[in-house]
Write a protein that binds this ligand. Structure first.
Ligand code: 6R9
Length: 663
């Protein structure tokens, strides 16, 4: 694998249309009059940032021991927030609502893909989480031990996370779409001794197995001693006596009473792995007090949550950070009633989401631009089949939302009246950072606009100077924020280098951005070798490593090509080994090789990482110093003439690649 071409690490230019957008949608008077957010919040936070966050922490959370410190950044880049306070996340998400007499309020409306449903009140949740916490303790899990969670989107996913939090055992949730290989490396990196999984989950109308991947991962060697298995699909599963235990049995044997363990505000709450610019995923570490404060704050004000009357639905899977902050923690801390849905939006038909909105009278919907664009492609007839009049706030996250999709979302789903909030944040930031506030901000389609009260962001040029309004550069976060990551699990040096060295002492987000004439921020996509496919982060290097690990591949280069639906799509260029070329008879050629390599990537990383296309080439375009020029490959992948080739070691390479593609 070669080094990366610096020329390809400038802000993406594929979003020009976004920069010519001038429409604005001020809030209606009715909405503004009832909104949680006010314009004064910005002033209050500006006047006294620490005081502002301390107020939020006390207003939104219950502390078993109050704090006297707010933020301490003397150990930069690791911050401490509310450092001498103590609290428990599960107590805040569940018990205190029951204690306040809200035990009968619905916490979760679960909709399974086959149409089965379950309703859990806060009292039900308290019982389940307490039993699960006792069950984990019975398996020897103690405060500080890591627990891996590999589950479909079923209530047990939320219960498992909260059970871990209840005993102060950091969870590491691994997305159900990841392979045994990915599971193996994540389990080992976090040294998890317990895994919570299920036989499978329903996807696209059929059961999809999960347990075999756990068995395969453990067979490769891990510290795992116990596996709790939720029965969801009733599929046959292999069973290891003494190690595997049915979740239902473990909970039935456990007491429904459990005292939550108060932990320090800086106690680790979870590790969540995300792709970086190198092959090895980063275990992003979040702690308790600051993280929960910002989750609760943003969930209340960005979505204008009224917990007594709203029905909230975030379509994210708990395998991603959005599922952590805006399914499990933010909504439950705020005592919300929410919907969780197990399956795909087109099972059994393309109106499934809208059927769910109508059925549960969803009033706040939070989803990703890729899903909105997919619905646009399917057509307005599907939402038109349902009464969507309950909706009053719409949110977007995961990638830049193009103005067309933003307008379609507001017009077709939001009846032309609902505020749309485009929320920018990352696994690393823990919670929303830049977003309009409904009822306050005049929203601009395609722009995340303004750092939230108490958050400081800016756009810097190459030299680390704040750019004037109207100019573009790199997004940076200039002050510590409560939900900021506290590090990369086991790798403090990588933490410092990745985020804090590009602009000394400031957090470099890896995103290109522009300030418009009003100073509003427009996000322009990643500036590093991280791709964003359907809102999921994938590393070019990680997929290249997977391809090169196949015996027939000599070299591989991966680029993210613009895609109308998924934002970006993975396109791979591979050079086959000469001995493989000689054995074409055995291994097949063309389509066979491509199918084989796509399957190989799915096995190594997961189906989400499968390249959309793989092109077998004789050579890759490289500079004289041996760097692959991804910019040129992206030109090819996006169907353009290759740009400037003058820095290529061999300028005929691009002609050969283009000829090979029939151009
Ligand atoms: C929450 C989440 C983070 C990356 C981030 C950026 C992109 C997320 C965005 C957005 C433009 C938005 N991103 N929200 N880009 N506008 N509203 O998605 O976390 O999976 O870590 O991805 O996603 O490129 O750097 P994560």
């Amino acid at each position: 694998m070669s080094q990366h071409d610096p020329a390809s690490t400038t802000p993406e230019s594929g979003l020009e249309n976004l920069l010519h957008e001038t429409r604005a949608f001020p809030p209606s008077e009715e909405f503004a009059a009832q909104a949680n957010a006010t314009a004064e919040m910005y002033d209050r936070a500006k006047a006294d940032r620490e005081g502002f966050w301390a107020e939020q922490a006390r207003d939104l959370l219950t502390w078993s021991k109050d704090f006297t410190e707010v933020v301490d950044f003397s150990g930069a880049p690791v911050a401490r927030w509310f450092g001498d306070g103590e609290l428990n996340a599960a107590y805040n998400a569940v018990d205190r609502h029951v204690d306040a007499g809200l035990g009968d309020r619905v916490a979760l409306h679960f909709e399974g893909e086959p149409g089965d449903t379950r309703t859990l009140t806060y009292a039900d949740l308290k019982e389940q989480v307490s039993r699960a916490a006792n069950a984990l303790e019975a398996l020897g899990v103690k405060t500080g031990d890591r627990v891996a969670i590999y589950l479909p989107m079923i209530p047990e996913a939320v219960i498992a996370m909260l059970a871990c939090a209840r005993i102060g055992a950091p969870h590491s949730v691994i997305f159900g779409g990841f392979s045994a290989e990915a599971l193996h490396s994540r389990i080992n990196d976090a040294e998890a001794r317990v895994v919570i999984t299920a036989d499978g989950g329903y996807r696209r109308g059929k059961p999809s197995a999960l347990k075999p991947a756990v068995d395969d991962a453990i067979a490769k060697g891990t510290p795992v001693e116990h596996v709790l298995v939720v029965e969801r699909t009733g599929q046959d599963v292999a069973w290891t006596e003494g190690r595997d235990k049915k979740w239902a049995d473990a909970l039935a044997e456990a007491s429904p009473e459990h005292t939550p363990v108060p932990v320090d505000a800086e106690h680790p709450l979870f590790i969540l792995y995300t792709s970086g610019t190198t092959g090895k995923p980063k275990g992003i570490l979040h702690t308790t007090g600051g993280y929960l404060t910002q989750c609760a704050f943003t969930h209340k004000y960005v979505f204008d949550l009224k917990p007594e009357t709203d029905v909230y639905w975030c379509t994210a899977d708990i395998g991603w950070v959005t599922g952590h902050s805006y399914v499990t923690y933010g909504p439950l801390i705020n005592g919300a009633t929410q919907v969780i849905y197990e399956g795909t939006p087109d099972t059994p038909d393309k109106d499934r989401w809208w059927e769910i909105v109508e059925k549960y009278k969803v009033s706040i919907l939070y989803t990703a631009p890729t899903a909105i664009r997919t619905c646009m492609k399917w057509g307005a007839e599907f939402p038109a089949r349902h009464d969507l009049s309950s909706l009053r706030v719409l949110g977007s996250v995961g990638e830049p939302i193009n103005p067309e999709a933003w307008i379609w979302y507001r017009e077709t789903i939001g009846a032309g009246t609902t505020p749309v909030v485009d929320t920018w944040w990352q696994t690393e930031t823990g919670a929303i950072m830049i977003s309009p506030l409904p009822g306050v901000t005049a929203a601009k389609p395609g722009s995340a606009q303004t750092p939230l009260p108490g958050i400081s962001a800016d756009v810097f040029d190459e030299a680390g100077r704040s750019v004037p309004d109207g100019d573009g550069g790199y997004l940076v976060l200039t002050e510590p924020w409560p939900a900021m990551l506290r590090g990369i699990w086991g790798d403090p040096q990588r933490f410092a280098e990745t985020y804090w060295s590009r602009f000394e002492g400031k957090y470099f987000a890896g995103d290109g951005a522009k300030k418009d004439e009003d100073g509003d921020i427009w996000l322009l996509g990643r500036v590093d070798d991280v791709m964003n496919v359907s809102g999921h982060r994938l590393s070019t290097t990680e997929i290249e490593s997977a391809l090169v690990s196949h015996p027939i591949v000599a070299e591989a280069a991966v680029v993210g090509a613009k895609d109308d639906t998924t934002g970006q799509a993975v396109v791979a260029f591979v050079i086959l080994r000469s001995d493989a070329l000689e054995r074409v008879d055995e291994i097949g050629e063309g389509e066979d090789v491509v199918a084989e390599l796509r399957a190989h990537v799915a096995k190594e990383i997961g189906p989400i990482a499968k390249p959309r296309s793989i092109l077998v080439v004789a050579e890759l375009p490289k500079t004289r110093s041996g760097k692959i020029m991804r910019r040129l490959l992206r030109d090819i992948a996006e169907g353009r003439e290759a740009g400037d080739v003058t820095t290529l070691a061999d300028s005929s390479v691009m002609d050969k690649i283009s000829q090979g593609m029939g151009k």
